[in-house]
Ligand binder design. Structure first.
Ligand code: HEM
Length: 523
């Protein structure tokens, strides 16, 4: 296989231990690795046994915290090729020059379960891609469902506390079949659309190779002239999107909890590479207010009939990792890693994500130098005046590590936009500081209903069965009743069937009080 820039870089860090002499970490050859040093054949072990101490200390520190969400994941290397230049919309060079092949690293994951949990559970799947571009790393940190549970990042800790195993007994490991999850839904009804997707077959994919991916948020493309467009990203698997059925998913969870990683690993080993096309939905800034929903609301899709998905390139995953810990576990994706030509919007969920990823990685990956880990290093040069910190690998030379200075002529200089410097899009902002959200975020049910109406009969049966299975396990009769009442806002007949099967009263009226989810909105 032809080596790309990332392969060449990783090559410098690969170590082949075969036919090597065993040494300590200080390079001293080891003469004996089966017996600790003792005072007498049957005597106590001696503290001066530096080889034993070093071996045990390293082992004692082998584990790092698992990701607070998306702990169970599997990854592969690959490359991205562009079909046609997008320079009309963005100046990101990997999206302008069709001759560039961009190395990528993709990690798929479940959200809720811990690092050792089963893979075919009903859950959202993460689909995170790191593009190692010549202008820096660009991370598209997406999911396999195009919308999200909440509209504002401040609710993320609440959401995760509700979906993770309940803290008093750590049950259930990876399932939404419990009281706190459904209690969250009924008290935060903005989650309704996402919950419909979660109860659908999308939440039990057949394979990572047969899964769509979505950037979820509205991002911005900015071209060379400084003109911006809103953009939503999609990954479309060339094998098509396929799902398991619930009975299969449950059996496989028991028989082969590694089902999805095995499938991807084996396919790549056989040369049966996983392929996905990158799609974009592009919206002119002047069309921002043409919809009956807010384009900054991550609980909404942009209907593809109105804003078609244009396929602009293809990603091929063609190489398994050499070491799961070094690569898959130490990779640090961040929705805030963008390159010139790609920018953020004021989506309040996205804005909060921009803080959270680096913050969590500072503890998960032990300090501020995790960008130097082989899997996270950009393939282009990276230089600045940052110094020191745990695990620093770079040896910066010279006395000067500040900007600006007159002592050194070789410290890193800034770049203008023309020279490739990142300049934030100069969006005009007006408003008062306020803890609230716009009325345009208020409709929590219309797209959930559209989703339900777009399903085939078989898909509707699967969704109904999923609700009955999951909500049926809720212990609180009050929460069950509130779920039924909430679903009535989406489809009354669906709510009635569920009510009938889980032993609640039929839904009251046409659903519960929507204002429960949204505090009084005023501007
Ligand atoms: C992982 C926070 C919403 C996709 C994570 C992690 C955190 C986090 C702390 C663990 C990162 C690590 O340890 O390296 C948040 C917050 C959100 C949010 C605060 C909302 C406010 C989303 C959304 C998506 C998403 C909307 C999809 C569009 C992912 C993925 C991963 C992840 C794919 C796993 C990355 C990997 O494989 O390493 N998130 N997240 N998250 N998040 Fe989010």
């Amino acid at each position: 296989m032809v080596k790309n820039k990332k392969d060449e870089q990783l090559e410098q860090f690969r170590v082949d231990d075969r036919n090597q002499k065993m040494t300590t970490n200080q390079g001293v050859k080891v003469s004996e690795d089966e017996f600790s040093l003792k005072a007498g054949l049957r005597g106590p072990t001696l503290l001066e046994d530096f080889h034993f101490r070093e071996k045990m200390t390293h082992f004692d520190h082998e584990r790092i915290p698992e990701r607070v969400v998306h702990a169970r994941g599997f990854a592969a290397h690959g490359e991205f090729e562009l079909y046609e230049s997008m320079e009309r919309y963005t100046k990101a060079s990997f999206l302008c020059d069709t001759s560039i092949k961009t190395p990528v690293f993709v990690r798929f994951s479940t959200v809720v379960g811990s690092r050792g949990s089963a893979e075919t559970v009903r859950d959202v799947r993460g689909f995170a891609t790191k593009f190692y571009t010549q202008e820096g790393n660009y991370d598209l940190v997406g999911n396999n469902i195009p919308v999200f549970f909440i509209q504002d990042a401040i609710k993320f800790p609440d959401l995760v506390h509700a979906i993770k195993p309940e803290p008093h007994n750590e049950i259930p490991q990876a399932s939404s079949a419990h009281d706190t999850f459904w209690d969250f839904l009924v008290n935060n009804q903005e989650a309704s659309h996402m919950v419909m997707w979660l109860m659908s077959d999308r939440a039990i994919p057949r394979s990572f190779r047969m899964m769509e991916g979505f950037g979820v948020h509205s991002f911005r493309f900015v071209n060379e002239q400084g003109v911006a467009h809103f953009v939503k990203f999609h990954w479309k698997p060339l094998l098509g999107a396929h799902s398991l059925v619930w009975d299969e998913a449950q059996k496989i969870s028991g028989k082969d909890p590694d089902f999805h990683r095995r499938d991807l690993y084996d396919a790549i080993e056989k040369g049966d590479f996983a392929e996905y096309e990158l799609g974009v939905q592009i919206l002119a800034e002047e069309d921002e207010f043409t919809f009956d929903f807010d384009v900054l609301d991550a609980t909404k899709i942009w209907p593809e009939e109105d804003v078609p998905v244009k396929l602009i390139g293809k990603m091929t995953l063609n190489r398994n990792v050499d070491n799961v810990f070094a690569e898959t576990e130490q990779v640090a994706f961040h929705a805030g890693n963008v390159v010139p030509g790609i920018d953020f919007t004021n989506d309040p969920l996205l804005q909060g994500r921009l803080f959270s990823y680096t913050d969590t990685q500072l503890i998960r990956l032990g300090g501020p130098n995790f960008h130097e880990l082989p899997i996270n290093r950009p393939v282009c040069p990276f230089n600045n005046n940052q110094r020191d910190g745990y695990g620093r690998m770079t040896i910066n030379k010279g006395p000067v590590s500040y900007h600006k200075n007159s002592l050194a002529d070789n410290t890193p200089a800034t770049s203008s936009a023309e020279e490739g410097g990142f300049e934030h899009y100069q969006e005009k902002i007006e408003g008062r500081k306020i803890r609230n959200r716009s009325d345009s975020f208020r409709d929590h049910f219309s797209q959930a209903t559209l989703f339900w109406n777009s399903m085939s009969d078989a898909e509707k049966t699967h969704i109904t069965d999923a609700f009955i299975f999951e909500v049926g396990k809720v212990k609180s009769q009050s929460v069950k009743q509130q779920v039924v009442d909430t679903i009535a806002n989406i489809n009354v007949d669906l709510a009635k069937v569920i009510a009938d099967s889980i032993g609640t009263k039929p839904p009251t009226g046409n659903g519960s009080d929507v204002t429960k989810a949204s505090p009084a909105l005023s501007q």
